[in-house]
Structures are given as structure tokens and as C-alpha cells.
Design a protein around this ligand. Structure first.
Ligand code: SF4
Length: 467
């Protein structure tokens, strides 16, 4: 029942709601179980919340265990090779469970499915996968699943390009007080190492009215903290019929009653405007945390990466951010071992790490992604050399983070309590406004509340304090 016709966004939303209703009738009071594994970034995590929302609306219930679920979903990532290998490994493992439970359905979606060589491989060697769909038609999950239940066999539906932004479909959140909100999809930047623009398509922004409406509903249901998501939030709104800047959006979101904290991710340094820095200074609800991917400190490599900034510009942004908001925590992403990286290039990165004084960083060894310009570069770095530099970078980062964290010892931070600590049930875990992970003694009745915690100790990756 694969439908070729593409309606407008409102028609599409209605069609999906109708498919959900038909699935509800089909299940007729039965509650099959589902299990979703999400790989990759926060975009994927939020997409999985939407998949879960659709499933629960149909009557599916969450399974504790993947192997026992009636429907297993893998929301995949293709940014690094390891994440792809993991999916193939799990599919092999699930095959035997599907033999024991022939009613088990397996669905694959997400970025990896947008790669033609992956689809070829799945078609040929993984015939027991029931449903394969991509990033552009994720909103059609209800309709696709209905087809799978109607007609046995493998259903593959991959679109080359995005359709309209379909609003107003169900979504389930992990916590009742924190929520992610997409403000845009796709990316136009084509950093030479990155596969995202090929699998997520060009930049499309949501209308500000739709975003605000969603946030108002979230606030009404008790959400206090909003995370605005986009591959490059700094270019939000530029292509809308009535253009609006990301800074203007932040002011609008700040006005929503009930929302106490606003975060956002990710910002490309090349598009960061003085207006945004002003908005961060002027909107008390916007958290003093900025995630600003560096990738490399070498001007030569930044050019090869097609990043459109250099080391001096990057450090200048860091300076301006901390000048505007002195307590600003700055975190980053760094790639080690990009093709052609020399020891000198690497030391430039180390220099930025020290000068910027990062509060935290996601560090990666370069992973070659088929189809990207960097994968075709001839001067790939010896993995051993990349590993040695990577380990050195971690040592420097630890030193820098320890220095930064020390300033917080003795201070009182406002912490939004998220959960009981995984390792010690007498402790709670939460996040400060600067996005620091904070552990402290307390009862679970505080979950969802913002409480003052005095920091007693810093342990690089988290802080320990007293309520
Ligand atoms: S900005 Fe660059 S790294 Fe980020 S998603 Fe776009 S292409 Fe990838």
C-alpha cells in the first residue's frame, strides 16, 4: 500500500492520524509491545520520541526488553562507522528471536537508511527486516506500519528529498519537565567530513508560530526546560517567507509563560551573529551555555573541512560570549585525524582548547564516510597516529576542564533535578544552568524541581554538592 501521492502538510497530518485510527481498530484492544533503540544525535533522540508517540497512540506499549518486543525499531545514525556496524550486528542477533516469535516485526529508519549502499545491503542480506524508511518520510510511520501489518514482506520506502514539514503528530517525552523542539531540519553547510546534508537534506525552518504553539502546549503540560534543535540554529528562519532570525525566535520563546530554561543546539561559528550574543545576555531564561563546535584549531584544516572560520575568529567568538555573559559555559566538538592532519595542525587544536578554556567537549577520531569529499582525500591519517593524538587531547581537556570547574567549588548553582543517581539511590542527578552534571543527596520527590545546590567538589565530568 505504498502511496506515491504527497499531499500538503495539513493533508499529510490528517492522513497519518487516520492511519493511527485504523491501526487502533486493527489491534482491537490488543497491546503489542515495542522497543526503540536510538543511535546518534539529539535530533534522532527526538525523532524516536515521535515514533514512540505514534506507537502509543495506536495502542503499543513499551517493552522492557528488545528481544521480547513485538516491534523492534532501530533509529540509526551514519555519522560514524561504528554506529553502522552496531546495527548490522544487532540485526544478525535479532534474526534468531524473530524465528522464535514470527510475529516480531523489525523496522529500520534514520540517517543510515538514506545511504543507497546500505539499502542494497539490507535488500540482499537482511531479508528478515520488515520495514525500512528514511529521514524524510519519518512522519509517515503510522501509514508504513499499517502496510507492514497488512502485507507481509519487506517494505522499503526511502525518499531522496524532504517533503513538507508535517506538524502536530503525537510525541512521547522521557521526562515530564524537559522537552526538545525541532526548529529546523537539514543542513546546507557541506562540511567535507559530514554526511548529514546528504541524508537530512537542505535546511528547512519551521514557522515561528508553530514552534511557539508547541512550546506553549509543552509549558501547559508542565515542561520547564526547552531544548531547541537544529543542525545549525544560527541560520534559522532565513528561508521562511517572512524571515526571522534565531535571536528573534529566542526572544519569542522567552515570553512563553511557564518555561524557565531555554537551551539550543547546534550553532555553527560562521553564522553566529552579535544579535544572538545580545539575546543571550538579555534573556534570563536562555541558559548560559553555548555549544560551539570547533572541529579543528588549524586554519589549513578548517579550510579543508569547509568550515568558513579560522582559529582567530573562533577564539574571538569565545571572548565575546564570555564578555557578554561572564559565567557562560562553552562546550565543543573536536575531530582528531582529519585527512592531512599533521602534528602541527593537531597542536593548533590543543592551543585553542587551552585558550578557549572549554567546559566540556565531545571528541572524535575522524571516521571516513562514503560519499563525502573528505573520504576521497588521499592523505588519510594513520589510525595509530590519530589515536595517540586523541589520547593526548583527552589529557589536555581534562586539565582544562578541571581548571574551569574549580571556580564553581563553593558556589551555589540552581539545579533542575532529573533523576535518582544510577549508582547511588540516595543521590540525585541534575543539570545546572551551565549544563553541568551535578550529583547531591536528596529524595526522589525533588525530581522535576529546580533547587539550589552548593558545590563541594569537582570531578572533571561532574560536580558533587549539597542541597
Ligand atoms: S554544519 Fe557541518 S558538521 Fe554540522 S551538520 Fe552541517 S555539514 Fe554536518
Amino acid at each position: 500500500m505504498k502511496r506515491e501521492h504527497m499531499g500538503n502538510a495539513a493533508e499529510e497530518a490528517l492522513m497519518q492520524k487516520a492511519a493511527i485510527e485504523r491501526m487502533k481498530n486493527f489491534l482491537a484492544g490488543r497491546h503489542p509491545s515495542y522497543y526503540i533503540t536510538t543511535l546518534g544525535c539529539q535530533m534522532n533522540a527526538h525523532d524516536s520520541e515521535k515514533l514512540a508517540g505514534i506507537l502509543e497512540e495506536m495502542g503499543f506499549v513499551l517493552s522492557e526488553q528488545e528481544e521480547a518486543a513485538d516491534l523492534v525499531v532501530y533509529n540509526t545514525c551514519c555519522v560514524r562507522e561504528n554506529a553502522e556496524l552496531k546495527v548490522y550486528g544487532r540485526l544478525g542477533y535479532l534474526k534468531s528471536y524473530k524465528k522464535k516469535n514470527p510475529n516480531m516485526k523489525i523496522a529500520l529508519c534514520g540517517c543510515m537508511m538514506q545511504e543507497p549502499h546500505v539499502i542494497e545491503k539490507l535488500k540482499k542480506s537482511y531479508r528478515w527486516v520488515d520495514l525500512i524508511f528514511g529521514t524524510h518520510n519519518l512522519y509517515r510511520f503510522a501509514e508504513l506500519l499499517e502496510s507492514v501489518y497488512e502485507t507481509p514482506g519487506q517494505l522499503i520506502d526511502i525518499w531522496d528529498a524532504p517533503g513538507e514539514i508535517v506538524e502536530d503528530l503525537p510525541s512521547i517525552r522521557k521526562t515530564s519537565f524537559k522537552a526538545s523542539v525541532n526548529i529546523m531540519f537539514g543542513c546546507n553547510n557541506f562540511c567535507t567530513y559530514c554526511i548529514v546534508p546528504y541524508v537530512r537534506g537542505r535546511e528547512r525552518s519551521r514557522e515561528p508560530e508553530e514552534i511557539i504553539k508547541e512550546i506553549q502546549c509543552l509549558a501547559a503540560s508542565g515542561v520547564k526546560e526547552i531544548q531547541l534543535l537544529g543542525q545549525n540554529v544560527n541560520s534559522y528562519g532565513k528561508t521562511l517567507q517572512n524571515p526571522i532570525s534565531f535571536a528573534q525566535l529566542l526572544y519569542k520563546v522567552s515570553e512563553v509563560e511557564g518555561i524557565e530554561r531555554i537551551r539550543f543546539m547546534t550553532s555553527h561559528p560562521k553564522d553566529l551573529s552579535p544579535e544572538l550574543i545580545d539575546a543571550m545576555k538579555n534573556c534570563p531564561k536562555v541558559c548560559p551555555h553555548f555549544h560551539l563546535p570547533l572541529q579543528s584549531g588549524s586554519d589549513r584544516l578548517l579550510k579543508e573541512m569547509n568550515r568558513h572560520y579560522d582559529k582567530a575568529k573562533y577564539l574571538d567568538i569565545v571572548r565575546r560570549l564570555r564578555e557578554a555573559v561572564p559565567e557562560m559555559a562553552i562546550t565543543t566538538d573536536i575531530i582528531v585525524g582529519f585527512p592531512g592532519e599533521t602534528r602541527e595542525d593537531f597542536l593548533e587544536t590543543v592551543d585553542v582548547v587551552r585558550k578557549a578554556g572549554f567546559d566540556n567537549a565531545f571528541t572524535f577520531i575522524y571516521s571516513k564516510r562514503e560519499g563525502t569529499p573528505a573520504a576521497r582525500m588521499e592523505n588519510q591519517v594513520d589510525p595509530e597516529e590519530a589515536k595517540t593524538n586523541f589520547e593526548e587531547l583527552l589529557v589536555v581537556l581534562k586539565e582544562v576542564m578541571d581548571q574551569r570547574n574549580e571556580r564553581l567549588v563553593g558556589k551555589t548553582l540552581q539545579v533542575l533535578v532529573e533523576d535518582v543517581n544510577n549508582h547511588d539511590a540516595s543521590m540525585l542527578t541534575g543539570r545546572s544552568e551551565g549544563n553541568y552534571l551535578v550529583h547531591f543527596k536528596g529524595g526522589s520527590e525533588l525530581i522535576g524541581q529546580t533547587v539550589p545546590v552548593k558545590i563541594d567538589e569537582q570531578l572533571t565530568y561532574y560536580l558533587v554538592g549539597t542541597l
